[in-house]
Design a protein around this ligand. Structure first.
Ligand SMILES: [Zn+2]
Length: 311
């Protein structure tokens, strides 16, 4: 009856350090996402018989450790998962960079993914849900078929604005960017962007596949918030999501990390989602995904959905 797209943004631990104003991680900690979390995610998807879209940060495929990360991605791509572009260095101020730098962030990642996995990405997701028309134009010029960065969630937006404000009051620097509030007026279901009027207006341009919000309150339908609320409340939200013809469930690599097993205990005080053990997080996500599939949603990649939803 509907389509279910599950995606994972493969933000590495360095990104969380940047959000919380910490020094970059060292040693094994820096590679938890590719070395531990992605392997768990792959097994989880296999067990549920679903395909996903993985948004890759190009910089993670650079250098020596990039070889093994690339090999995992290549295997996943061969078993039907999609690889999308999540910029080269995951800068939270990506939309504020000069056009040349933005183009470079997009192109280097596209090339890196193609070189390591043999597939050219068709889809894009911006860091921290901050997008603008300039970047949309760059994607269209390069033949990308869709963007999936719009997240019209008032609760998330105000929480982010508050968190960035608190950090500032405390004298810390947070790399998060608050973004344009007009994104909250964007359609909740896939639409074509109006490249003259705004990211949030319907038009005839690039396809946008917004990240899902559910119920009248437009609550976030994200891995992090679902795993924190626990299995039963998450299932209730999943039943509400099941009424939508298109569900875009966004997960992050960190949803498949375990603070104790992966040496991330020190991050628990900043990232409450890390206080939940991996077995419990997977139980919640399994319940959510199964609810949607049992209600007739077909699991597909975002690229597939982009092709099937627009004629
Ligand atoms: Zn990200």
């Amino acid at each position: 009856l509907g389509l279910l797209c599950v995606s994972i943004d493969l933000d590495d631990i360095r990104c969380y350090h940047a959000i919380h104003g910490l020094e970059p991680p060292k040693g094994e900690t820096a590679h938890v996402i590719y070395k531990k979390a992605l392997t768990r995610a792959a097994r989880f998807f296999e067990e549920l018989h679903i395909v996903s879209t993985l948004f890759v940060v190009g910089g993670d495929l650079d250098g020596k450790t990039g070889d093994s990360a690339g090999a995992i991605l290549r295997d996943l791509a061969q078993s039907g998962h999609e690889l999308g572009n999540h910029t080269f260095s995951h800068r939270y101020d990506f939309t504020m960079l000069q056009v040349g730098e933005q183009a470079n962030e997009i192109d280097r990642t596209g090339e890196m993914i193609a070189a390591r996995s043999g597939v050219r990405p068709k889809g894009f997701r911006a860091p921290g849900y901050n997008m603008n028309l300039g970047v949309i134009a760059l994607l269209a010029e390069r033949g990308y078929t869709y963007d999936s960065s719009v997240f019209p969630c008032p609760l998330y937006y105000s929480a982010k604005a508050a968190a960035v404000g608190i950090k500032r009051v405390q004298g810390y620097h947070s790399s998060s960017l608050i973004g344009d509030p007009r994104v909250l007026t964007a359609p909740h279901l896939p639409y074509r962007i109006n490249e003259e009027e705004g990211l949030w207006s319907r038009g005839e341009g690039l396809k946008e596949l917004p990240i899902s919000v559910v119920t009248k309150a437009r609550l976030p339908f994200l891995g992090t918030s679902l795993t924190m609320m626990g299995r039963l409340p998450a299932k209730i939200l999943a039943r509400s999501a099941a009424r939508l013809p298109f569900v875009n469930l966004e997960l992050h690599g960190i949803d498949f990390a375990d603070a104790d097993e992966d040496g991330l205990g020190y991050l628990k005080k900043y990232q409450p989602d890390l206080r939940v053990p991996i077995a419990q997080k997977q139980k919640t996500l399994r319940g959510v995904i199964k609810t949607l599939i049992d209600n007739g949603h077909e699991p597909v990649t975002l690229a597939d959905a982009a092709q099937r939803l627009f004629i």
